[in-house]
Design a protein around this ligand. Structure first.
Ligand code: CO
Length: 684
């Protein structure tokens, strides 16, 4: 049995003598643990697609473990739920609260960005925090992508007023392979921790979203922070690079108070270290978690058997390796890299990946050496891809996204180092708020919005919670409320997947692999019923669309199979990457029909119409969602005028007119999705 090990003066973990046949002694200073399974876990591994109904089966058991808190909510949760799952994000809080009777709830709050991608005005921020607290939120883990704590002011006021826990985050980032360099030094982090303490932080979190913190840096950092501030220190470190379990242990040795883990089926890869090995590692020490490993095993069994099979298809397991070496090489978040790869793939430009790696640190530096975390990771990432794809030798930053312009204006806050003057000037040319950047707190220049939203959504929103969904997500929020109140039927794609459907799919994959699908195709096809639902089945590079219908016995009846993909379109067969959900709807969904032009009574097939009009075509330079069309048929435009705003990977791009002339025809409206090179309008 364990012997008492002579602990050095600095070593804060001591192994106590323990007789394992007797009762486990209570640790003097147990490490507190926050579980992330129900938020960051499924966000990192299953594109945030976890449904409330799949959290309930383990909720009561998880409540028994003794977690410091369970994280159940965050920006991507709020977004994905109303966009892809047809679930009310507020309702999840109230539902889960009925099962978690003793464990506090925690959420990730993006400071003044709330659970969206831009800074919202103070009235929206105040209302959001108030409603989150009222719906059951206890711990508000608050971060700002620029570590500019002026963006905390309003939400912290609200958190304190509601009597809730304010956890202030320091986004951990780096420019060198280890902590240090010119900007992100030990002193930088200590200063940030002191700033948070002076704002009244109840705890301070080192938010290592990319799994960058190396074990010995974690040790030094926690030691320094413990010395500098009184508030408990919490480490959030993703597994992505493979270092986090080691970093946890070194942080624990340095006296960290709280760490974040996941239940093992939701652990590792781009998620977090698992709880079970940590429990065993600390067993019998003065930092023993006190958790019952058998209870954890029981929870895992339910997750493995009943829950995970519904999400396995979302796991990006095309690689054998569970760690991402690129993170160690490039010091950028794993989710950001996979987003870049996806974006390049959609543009048929995967061969430019090396150029992107080269351009990325340059763009980041020019944009103020900002930390890379949502949304800045996307802002820097997409701009980098735009530069690689559209710039030429003569001109850099040819296509600047609206978000980069906002950043240059100061709308996100103060950057770590000043933004490159040339880039800033170019970005702000013709910027609607003005060409001179601001230095004040960003929300000080934002007009209140809530009243306007309330007027706009009118009776569609029944309460403040509904209104906030629309305030934060204007387009998809409204669509969700229509589903919620039965004004529009929700599409099949947002409906849950049943275990029966999973089994049917697995059978089809098996048959496809055995080459039996072709024969089946020649069988007599029964008529399709009303409850038919379509599933995609991926087999290596091939993709089949399978219609599944619940039969009378409850067993799914497969009524048709259609092979859809050709090897030329391998992107369809890719699993959904971890990280924020794509802004663009599934590529296989048929685009909505173009709005009929006003002056035409009969609208021929779009293809025929598109070839009939003469003039210069304006095509989509990238796949995306049309946010707005700034012109109408008959308008005259000058070359370079903005014709439409296209959202791609959550960034807005103003698409200019390629020539001067008259708008002859427009084939899409706002809210429509377009693929790359799709004809949007004709200028003659
Ligand atoms: Co995280």
């Amino acid at each position: 049995m364990a012997k008492k090990v002579q602990a050095s003066k600095h070593d804060q973990v001591q192994i106590t003598k323990m007789d394992y046949r007797k009762k486990r002694p209570k640790a003097k200073n147990p490490v507190k643990v926050q579980d992330l399974t129900l938020r960051d876990g499924h966000q990192s591994l299953f594109a945030t697609r976890g449904r409330t109904e799949d959290m309930i089966p383990v909720a009561e058991m998880m409540d028994e473990v003794g977690f410091w808190a369970v994280e159940v909510w965050g920006g991507a949760t709020f977004d994905t739920m109303h966009r892809f799952l047809n679930e009310d994000p507020w309702e999840r809080l109230r539902t889960l609260k009925r099962y978690f009777k003793r464990t506090p709830f925690s959420m990730l709050l993006r400071g003044q960005n709330l659970v969206g991608y831009r800074n919202y005005p103070d009235d929206v921020a105040r209302a959001f925090v108030e409603r989150a607290a009222a719906n059951g939120m206890d711990v508000f883990r608050t971060f700002d992508a620029l570590n500019d704590y002026r963006n905390f002011e309003t939400v912290v006021e609200g958190i304190k007023e509601a009597g809730k826990h304010f956890q202030g985050c320091i986004c951990y980032t780096m420019t060198e392979p280890r902590m240090g360099g010119d900007v992100y030094t030990l002193d930088y982090y200590v200063k940030k921790a002191k700033d948070l303490e002076s704002m009244g932080a109840d705890s301070i979190c080192i938010k290592d979203m990319a799994g960058l913190i190396a074990p010995y840096d974690a040790y030094d950092l926690v030691k320094a922070l413990k010395k500098a501030v009184k508030a408990p220190i919490h480490l959030h470190s993703h597994f992505t690079s493979g270092m986090s379990p080691m970093s946890h242990l070194k942080a624990i040795e340095a006296g960290v108070d709280i760490v974040d883990t996941c239940m093992s089926p939701y652990a590792y890869r781009t998620s977090h270290a698992a709880i079970e090995p940590l429990v065993m590692t600390l067993l019998g020490t003065n930092r023993d978690t006190g958790f019952d490993i058998r209870l954890l095993a029981n929870i895992n069994e339910v997750l493995e058997k009943e829950i995970v099979p519904k999400y396995r298809h979302l796991l990006n397991d095309t690689k054998m390796s569970v760690i991402d070496i690129n993170v160690l090489l490039h010091q950028t978040p794993g989710g950001m890299l996979s987003n870049l790869v996806n974006q390049l793939r959609e543009m048929n430009a995967l061969d430019k990946l090396d150029q992107v790696y080269e351009e990325l640190p340059r763009v980041r530096k020019e944009l103020g050496q900002i930390p890379l975390v949502t949304p800045t990771s996307q802002i820097v990432g997409i701009q980098t891809v735009n530069n690689v794809l559209f710039d030429n030798k003569k001109e850099r930053y040819k296509m600047i996204t609206a978000q980069v312009k906002d950043l240059c204006y100061g709308l996100y806050g103060k950057t770590a180092i000043p933004i490159d003057k040339k880039v800033q000037k170019k970005a702000l040319k013709g910027y609607p708020r003005g060409e001179k950047p601001i230095t004040c707190r960003p929300a000080d220049v934002l007009d209140m919005e809530l009243e306007e939203v309330q007027k706009d959504v009118g009776g569609l929103a029944k309460d403040l919670d509904d209104q906030l969904i629309c305030a934060i997500y204007p387009v998809t929020g409204r669509r969700f409320l229509k589903w919620k109140y039965g004004l529009e039927e929700a599409p099949d794609s947002v409906k849950p997947k049943t275990l029966d459907a999973v089994k049917a799919e697995e059978e089809w994959i098996k048959k496809a692999k055995e080459g039996e699908l072709i024969e089946k195709k020649q069988q007599k096809v029964p008529p399709k019923g009303l409850n038919l639902r379509t599933f995609k089945v991926f087999v290596d590079d091939e993709f089949f669309e399978v219609g599944v219908e619940e039969g009378g016995s409850g067993a799914p009846v497969v009524s048709y199979v259609q092979a859809c993909a050709s090897p030329q379109q391998p992107q369809i067969a890719q699993a959904v990457p971890p990280g924020p959900p794509p802004a663009v709807p599934q590529p296989s969904a048929p685009p909505p029909p173009p709005p009929p032009p006003v002056q035409q009574t009969a609208d021929p097939a779009p293809a025929a119409a598109k070839s009939a009009v003469e003039g210069t075509p304006l095509t989509a330079p990238m796949p995306g969602l049309i946010i707005s069309i700034e012109v109408k048929v008959g308008d005259t435009v000058q070359e370079g005028d903005t014709v439409l705003v296209l959202e791609a990977m959550k960034m807005e791009n103003s698409i200019p007119a390629p020539v001067s002339g008259t708008i002859k025809e427009i084939y899409f409206g706002s809210g429509d999705s377009v693929t790359k090179d799709e004809l949007i309008c004709v200028i003659g």
